[in-house]
Design a protein around this ligand. Structure first.
Ligand SMILES: [Zn+2]
Ligand SMILES: [Zn+2]
Length: 284
């Protein structure tokens, strides 16, 4: 019975591996490019800008499409070209002067090796989830520290808070130290778990998407925090509140750390605050 269970599990593992093998084989046909030091930089920029672009288009359309404003957290705010361009410029500049040299150094020390076999689907999914939970924990601690110590806030984190109403391209508007910290935690987790290269790519895509969504300023019915049950995920509504109130919601994605440390504030409290303010205005 035990043998049957084991062999059934092995079969399940093999069939889930077969699902990803054609994708992995296709990627390996461009192995020379995938192993070059240019790949991580180009992949990161294309993924980031690709995820930001739809929100930039929505922001341009927003003043003329009332339906869109229903999903905007700050309905009257649309970023101007003077806000968008410096953000895009800084992302490109930091990838050139920081991400590329770091990738080059890493590549020179230990060139990437691509295994022949794809990872099992269940292993890929579990590793991505563990990486997200670890990253969320590390950034929570880093973020809290950089708000509680005024010198750290002024020197390193204030740049990211320059835009009180956030928009997609403001996601990576941050100091070099903040970018270094995010990159360090990102790379550390996949190294600890010894993730397959396809898992690493998947984690990076998911991580970039979630961070862009956090700053997008749009709360759609399909936003991640509405899909994850029990309020476990904060997402755009929570992170936007952090940008406007500074002293709450320090975790980028999940809610458990803020809940445990008493720094969680729900998006409803913003509406409550606004209605109180309106009431006070009416009374005076
Ligand atoms: Zn902050
Ligand atoms: Zn932010």
């Amino acid at each position: 019975m035990g043998y049957h269970n084991r062999s059934e599990l092995q079969d399940l593992g093999c069939s889930s591996q077969l699902l990803l093998q054609p994708l992995w084989d296709t990627m390996r046909t461009r192995e020379a490019f995938a192993r070059s030091p240019f790949f991580p930089v180009i992949f990161s920029i294309i993924t980031y800008v690709g995820f930001c672009l739809p929100f930039v288009v929505l922001d341009v359309l927003c003043p003329w499409v009332p339906l869109l404003r229903r999903y905007k957290i700050h309905p009257d705010f649309s970023p101007s070209a003077r806000q968008l361009l410096p953000c895009l410029g800084q992302t490109l500049y930091q990838h050139l002067v920081f991400v590329f040299p770091v990738t080059l150094l890493h590549w020179a020390r230990s060139p990437a090796l691509l295994p022949q076999e794809a990872p099992e689907l269940l292993q890929l999914l579990s590793h991505v989830l563990i990486c997200l939970l670890l990253f969320d924990t590390e950034i929570f601690a880093w973020h809290l520290l950089h708000h509680k110590v005024p010198w750290l806030y002024r020197t390193f984190h204030k740049v990211h808070h320059q835009n009180a109403s956030s928009f997609a391209l403001a996601t990576q508007y941050m100091s070099i130290w903040e970018l270094f910290s995010l990159t360090f935690f990102d790379v550390l987790n996949v190294a600890i778990l010894q993730c397959h290269p396809l898992t690493i790519l998947t984690f990076h895509v998911v991580n970039i998407w979630l961070s862009v969504e956090d700053h997008s300023g749009y709360d759609f019915p399909w936003s991640t925090h509405r899909l994850v049950p029990f309020g476990w995920y904060g997402g755009v509504a929570h992170h936007d509140l952090h940008h406007s109130q500074f002293n709450c919601n320090f975790a980028p994605y999940f809610t458990h750390w803020d809940k445990m440390l008493g720094t969680l504030r729900s998006a409803d409290s913003r509406e409550l605050c606004a209605s109180h303010l309106n009431l006070e205005k009416k009374q005076t």
